[in-house]
Design a protein around this ligand. Structure first.
Ligand SMILES: [Zn+2]
Length: 115
């Protein structure tokens, strides 16, 4: 199949897939390293990096899944279309600029059991 029309989502998919691969590799590397430095002094920084890498993998996986479902680029909260320039800057984002901003305030739902 020959693609005649350039779809901007296609290039975002490439960016997300590269990001996903990179973060998965990092996660694997950190998991292995932590297993070998169990109880060692340097474990804390790696543990924080592991949490960050795991979150990044989850975010990119989520974005790729939405792409497959056809809901990519739609804000998770208000269901409006996220501008392409925002998606280019943050390919894994789930929220439009407005919801992202309000999400940082009181509207953010804390995990269950959070005080
Ligand atoms: Zn929104």
């Amino acid at each position: 199949m020959i693609r005649t029309r350039h779809d901007p989502i296609e290039s975002l998919r490439d960016a997300l897939e590269a990001q996903f691969q990179q973060n998965t590799d990092r996660l694997t590397e950190l998991t292995v390293r932590l297993r070998h430095t169990d109880g060692a002094r340097d474990g804390e920084g790696d543990r924080a990096a592991l949490v960050a890498a795991r979150r990044a993998v989850a975010e990119t996986a989520h974005a790729l899944r939405r792409m497959a479902e056809g809901s990519y680029g739609i804000c998770d909260r208000c269901r409006t279309r996220i501008p392409l320039n925002r998606l280019r800057a943050l390919p894994h984002t789930r929220f439009c600029r407005t919801c992202h901003r309000t999400g940082n305030g009181g509207a953010h739902t804390p995990p269950a059991g959070f005080p």
